[in-house]
Design a protein around this ligand. Structure first.
Ligand SMILES: *Cc1c(COP(=O)(O)O)cnc(C)c1O
Length: 406
């Protein structure tokens, strides 16, 4: 029988447990009723009330009451995510965007100021650039956070949040988490640094160990890993997770479904194995594309030529950590050449998202609304390629034959 200590991820014979052991055992346990060694999916909306329910706090997230307040499958997954991120606590919500909006709306109030990376997931950009300033009176500044000095210059007396996405989607720009955290905290201890860590996952980079206050993941991507469930997580202090549960979960209603929490918990068991393969294939394919005469540029932090390579290397959390599986690249071709290239691929699927078992590619044309914020080489169209878990030899053959049609 597996010891309870292992299920809590603490230690075994006083030795700390490795990442893979924790990814497997945390969030799992023996079902008390049946003895099953896999936890069941608990799909109930409501739970039986005690004899005198009149004194209960109906907004409490701490007891089984109503599924929107929190439910067992969510809590098992939260324990695992908090541990893997090395955070005091974690909240799991319905999507990565639910986790981003929960963080912004909980931390920021009318009159506060936030700094955010010039490249972020599009919803983070819309929330911080348009929705929160225009509807809720929050000041925001877009900053190229790959230059930490620019972050320092943008800090105001009312700055409360610095949100960075690294590597950024889709430019793969790298920001220095440790340095930006130091700059923010030295300027004002009340400033929180949040990091969208979706591309790296805690297997590659642990933002909280580097000094950040909040690590956000789209669980939809690598942590679930199988392309079949949406989820998002916020790992941070218990004080902040309590506030997020109260605002974003109980009162805005962004809770994850029990089924999706269960799927993500199961998918995350193999996160270390999968990340090692994404890291290895990503690096090999980026090196291959770099040398291809039809490829105009490759943005991948694992390449020594990438401007953020040294910072990315300094952030790696484990001996087998790497630079993940996402890269962007350009082709020496015209608009339709990109479409012909993608149509000629046999193994790689044309679809958005990333971190799935299968490789996914998406052509991002010349008219992205944020293109003025991208480096110049991105202005003539490019593809974002998420290397999957297929044999790298097969992926390279598929890319090469498709490149030959342009
Ligand atoms: C996909 C993604 C998100 C949003 O996650 P959803 O689960 O789709 O809501 C946020 N940040 C990054 C970097 C992403 O790639």
């Amino acid at each position: 029988m597996t010891s309870d200590l292992i299920h809590e991820g603490i230690s075994f014979d006083e030795q700390p447990l490795g990442f893979s052991t924790r990814a497997i055992h945390l969030g799992n346990g023996t079902d008390a009723e049946t003895g099953a060694i896999r936890r069941p999916i608990t799909l109930a909306n409501a739970y039986e009330l005690p004899y005198d329910a009149s004194t209960l706090n109906w907004s409490s997230s701490d007891l089984n009451l109503y599924a929107r307040n929190g439910h067992p499958n969510q809590r098992y997954l939260e324990r695992k995510i908090a541990n893997l991120e090395d955070a005091e606590d974690a909240v799991v919500l319905a999507s990565g965007v639910a986790a981003l909006s929960a963080t912004f709306t909980t931390v920021l109030s009318r009159g506060d100021h936030a700094i955010f990376s010039d490249t972020t997931y599009i919803a983070a950009y819309r929330l911080l650039n348009e929705i929160l300033p225009n509807k809720y009176g929050i000041e925001t500044s877009i900053v190229d956070t790959s230059d930490a000095d620019k972050v320092k210059r943008a800090i105001r007396p009312n700055t409360r949040l610095i949100h960075i996405e690294t590597p950024a989607n889709p430019t793969l720009k790298v920001s220095d988490i440790a340095r930006i955290s130091r700059i923010g905290h030295e300027a004002n201890p009340d400033i929180l640094i949040s990091v969208d860590n979706t591309f790296n996952t805690p297997y590659n980079v642990q933002p909280i160990r580097l000094g950040a206050d909040i690590a956000i993941e789209s669980l939809t991507k690598y942590i679930n890993g199988h392309g079949d469930a949406l989820g998002g997580s916020i790992a941070t202090s218990k004080k902040l997770t309590d506030e997020i549960r109260f605002t974003a979960q109980v009162n805005y209603g962004g809770v994850i479904s029990p089924f999706n929490a269960w799927l993500i918990n199961r998918g995350s068991v193999t996160l270390p194995l999968r990340m090692r393969q994404h890291n290895a294939s990503g690096l090999r394919i980026a090196n291959h594309l770099c040398r291809h005469p039809k490829v105009s540029f490759v943005a991948y932090p694992g390449l020594t030529s990438h401007p953020g390579h040294e910072i990315a290397r300094s952030q790696l959390a484990h001996a087998d950590s790497g630079y993940s599986g996402v890269m962007s690249f350009g082709l020496h071709t015209d608009h339709d050449g990109y479409n012909r290239f993608i149509a000629a691929l046999n193994i790689v699927t044309s679809a958005v998202s990333l971190g799935h078992d299968e490789s996914l590619i998406v052509f991002l044309g010349e008219d992205d609304e944020r293109q003025f914020l991208y480096p110049k080489e991105f202005h003539h169209g490019f593809v974002r390629f998420a290397v999957g878990l297929e044999d790298a030899d097969d992926l390279i053959r598929d890319l090469d034959q498709a490149l030959s049609v342009i």
